[in-house]
Design a protein around this ligand. Structure first.
Ligand SMILES: Cc1cc2nc3c(=O)[nH]c(=O)nc-3n(C[C@H](O)[C@H](O)[C@H](O)COP(=O)(O)OP(=O)(O)OC[C@H]3O[C@@H](n4cnc5c(N)ncnc54)[C@H](O)[C@@H]3O)c2cc1C
Ligand SMILES: NC(=O)c1ccc[n+]([C@@H]2O[C@H](COP(=O)([O-])OP(=O)(O)OC[C@H]3O[C@@H](n4cnc5c(N)ncnc54)[C@H](O)[C@@H]3O)[C@@H](O)[C@H]2O)c1
Length: 468
C-alpha cells in the first residue's frame, strides 16, 4: 500500500468542502483542506450566500423602520446608504469565519492556504502567495472549488461602474439608478436589495417570466411586488453592447432599447472554478461552463477523485453543497450515508421571500394529475398582522383523491422557514403524507406556521372532504 500524507485532500473550503471535511474527520480520517483565499468559508461566506443575505436582512429592517406606524411616531424615515448596510454583512462574515475556522481546527482538519493544481491523481501542488510551492499527497481527493460569476469577454469588469455579484460587495457609494442584467435568483435578490434602499432599478430578464422554475402564481407575485418597490422589470431582452463613460453606463438591448444607469450589475450565469486545477494531469475535462461530471456517489471518472458543490453544476446551492460534500466523503469511506441530492427546496431571499418544494401547478397539469389547491393569505394570519408582514401566501397542492401533498409554494415573511414543515410531511411514507396532517395537529398560535392549517382547511373544503 502506498503511503500518503492524508486520507482525504479537499480543494475548497466552501460548504461542500466543509461538509466532507467534518464527516471524514469524525470518522478518524486524516484530512487536509486547501483554500486559496486567506479565510475559510468559501465563496458562500465571502461573496455569495452570507453577504447577500445579511445585506437583504439589513434592508428589510430599514424598510420596517421607515414604514411601520410605531416607528413613524418616534422618528422621521431615515436614509441609509449602501456602504453602511454593507458593514452589517462584514460583521456576519467575520462571525462565520471564526465559527468555521474553530470547527475545522477542533476536528483536526489541516487547512493550507494556496492555489491547488493536480500533479497526478494522488498529488496536488499548492502554490502559496509568497511563491512557495508544496506537494501534498492523499488517497482520495475532493474537488469542491465552487464557482465564480460568468464574465462575458466584451464587458470590462475593471471599470468602476461595471459590477458582478462579487465586486458589488465593494461598491462604495449608493447609485441613484442601477441596471441589473440577468433576472435569475441573484439578479432578483439584488434588485430587491437596491430597490429597498431607494435605488431606481432596471431589471433585465432574458427569459419571458421571472424565475420560470417557480409556480406561476408565485412568479407573478414576485413581479408584482418588485414593480411595487419601483423595479422596472423587462422580459425577453438581450444585451447587445454596453457603453461606459465618466457619468454612467448605457446598455443597448437587441430590441433597440437604450437604458441609462449610474452603474450595471451583471449577473447572468456562473462558471465552475476548474481552470487552475490542471485537470489534464488526471485525464478529466470540464464542460463549457467549467463544471465536472460525477456519478450518484459524487465520484468523477477518476476512481479516487470526487466532486461536490457548484463545480458539479445543478442545483448550485449552499444548502445542497453541504449534503453533497458529506455524501461524497461517505461514499469514499464505503459508508451508508451516501445520498444523491436531487430533491432540494427553493429558498429565494427577494423582498418578499419565496420558498417552495415539490411540483408546481404547471407541472401537475402537464402530467395530468388531478390536484386541488388550498391557500392561506398572510393578511389573514394573526402572527402576520402582529409583525406587520401581511404580504404573502402559502399554497398547498394536493391530490384530490389521496389528499397527498404534491407541492408547497409560499411567498412572504418566513417562507423559507415554514416550507420545511411541508417538506417533513411530504417526505413521510405513502399514506402518511396527507394534507389532513395539518388539521389533525395543533399548531402554536399565533405563528406563521398556522398558515398550513388555514390552507389545508380551505383545500379540504374545496374538495368536500372537510368532515371526513
Ligand atoms: C450572490 C449569491 C447568493 C447566493 N445565495 C444563496 C442562498 O441564499 N442559498 C443557497 O443555498 N445558495 C446560495 N448561493 C449559492 C451558494 O453560495 C453556492 O452554491 C455555494 O457557495 C457553493 O459551495 P461550494 O462549496 O461548492 O463552493 P464555494 O462556496 O464557491 O467555495 C469554493 C472555494 O474553493 C476555493 N478554490 C477554488 N479554486 C481553488 C483552487 N484551485 N485552490 C484552492 N482553493 C480553490 C475558492 O476560493 C472558494 O473559497 C448564492 C450564490 C451567490 C453568488
Ligand atoms: N437563494 C438562493 O438559493 C440563491 C441565491 C442566489 C444564487 N443562487 C444560485 O446561484 C446560481 C446562479 O444564479 P444566477 O442568478 O446567476 O442565474 P441562473 O443560473 O439563472 O443563470 C442566468 C443565465 O445565465 C446563463 N448561464 C449560466 N452560466 C453561464 C455561463 N457560464 N456562460 C454563459 N451563460 C451562462 C443561464 O443559462 C441563464 O440563462 C443559481 O444556480 C442559484 O441556484 C441561489
Amino acid at each position: 500500500m502506498p503511503s500518503y500524507d492524508y486520507d482525504l485532500l479537499i480543494i475548497g473550503s466552501g460548504p461542500a468542502g466543509e461538509g466532507a471535511a467534518l464527516h471524514a474527520a469524525k470518522l478518524d480520517q486524516r484530512v487536509c483542506m486547501i483554500e486559496e483565499q486567506h479565510f475559510v468559508g468559501g465563496n458562500c461566506t465571502h461573496k455569495g450566500t452570507i453577504p447577500s443575505k445579511a445585506l437583504r436582512q439589513a434592508v428589510r429592517r430599514i424598510i420596517q423602520f421607515n414604514t411601520l406606524p410605531m416607528f413613524r411616531d418616534v422618528d422621521a424615515p431615515q436614509i441609509f446608504g449602501y456602504p453602511k448596510v454593507l458593514k452589517q454583512a462584514e460583521r456576519v462574515i467575520r462571525k462565520q469565519v471564526k465559527l468555521r475556522t474553530e470547527m475545522l481546527a477542533r476536528n483536526g482538519v489541516k487547512v493550507v492556504t494556496g492555489v491547488a493544481s493536480f500533479v497526478d491523481a494522488n498529488t496536488v501542488d499548492v502554490a502559496g502567495e509568497s511563491g512557495i510551492e508544496e506537494k501534498i499527497s492523499a488517497k482520495n481527493v475532493l474537488i469542491a472549488t465552487g464557482s465564480r460569476p460568468y464574465h462575458p469577454a466584451h464587458m470590462d469588469f475593471n471599470h468602476p461602474r461595471v459590477f458582478c455579484s462579487d465586486s458589488i460587495l465593494h461598491l462604495n457609494n449608493t447609485p441613484k439608478t442601477l441596471i441589473v442584467y440577468g433576472a435569475g435568483v441573484i439578479g432578483c435578490e439584488y434588485a430587491s436589495i437596491f430597490a429597498g434602499l431607494g435605488v431606481h432599478v432596471d431589471l433585465i430578464n432574458t427569459r419571458s417570466s421571472l424565475l420560470e422554475f417557480l409556480d406561476d402564481e408565485i412568479s407573478d407575485a414576485l413581479g408584482y411586488h418588485l414593480r411595487d418597490m419601483g423595479v422596472n422589470v423587462r422580459h425577453n431582452e438581450e444585451e447587445e453592447r454596453l457603453e461606459v463613460d465618466d457619468d454612467g453606463v448605457t446598455l443597448f438591448l437587441a430590441s433597440g432599447k437604450r437604458l441609462r444607469g449610474d452603474a450595471i450589475l451583471f449577473c447572468n450565469g456562473r462558471t465552475g472554478n476548474t481552470s487552475d486545477l490542471n485537470l489534464e494531469a488526471i485525464g478529466l475535462k470540464a464542460n463549457h461552463r467549467g463544471q465536472i461530471s460525477v456519478d450518484e456517489s459524487y465520484r468523477t471518472e477518476v476512481e479516487n477523485i470526487y466532486g461536490a458543490g457548484d463545480v458539479i453544476g445543478w442545483p448550485a446551492l449552499a444548502s445542497a453543497a453541504y449534503d453533497q460534500g458529506r455524501s461524497a466523503a461517505a461514499a469514499m469511506l464505503g459508508g451508508e450515508q451516501v445520498r444523491f441530492v436531487n430533491d432540494v427546496p427553493t429558498g429565494i431571499y427577494t423582498l418578499p421571500e419565496i420558498s417552495s418544494i415539490g411540483k408546481t401547478e404547471s407541472e401537475l397539469t402537464a402530467a395530468r394529475i388531478p390536484y386541488e389547491v388550498g391557500r392561506a393569505f398572510f393578511k389573514n394570519i394573526a402572527r402576520a398582522q402582529i409583525t406587520g408582514d401581511e404580504v404573502g401566501m402559502l399554497k398547498l397542492l394536493f391530490h384530490v383523491d389521496t389528499l397527498e401533498i404534491l407541492g408547497v409554494h409560499s411567498f412572504g415573511a418566513e417562507s423559507s422557514e415554514i416550507i420545511h414543515i411541508g417538506q417533513a410531511v411530504m417526505n413521510q411514507p405513502a399514506g402518511n403524507n396527507s394534507i389532513e396532517y395539518f388539521v389533525n395537529s395543533t399548531f402554536n398560535y399565533p405563528t406563521m406556521a398556522e398558515a398550513y392549517r388555514v390552507a389545508a382547511l380551505e383545500g379540504l373544503e374545496r374538495v368536500g372532504r372537510l368532515n371526513d
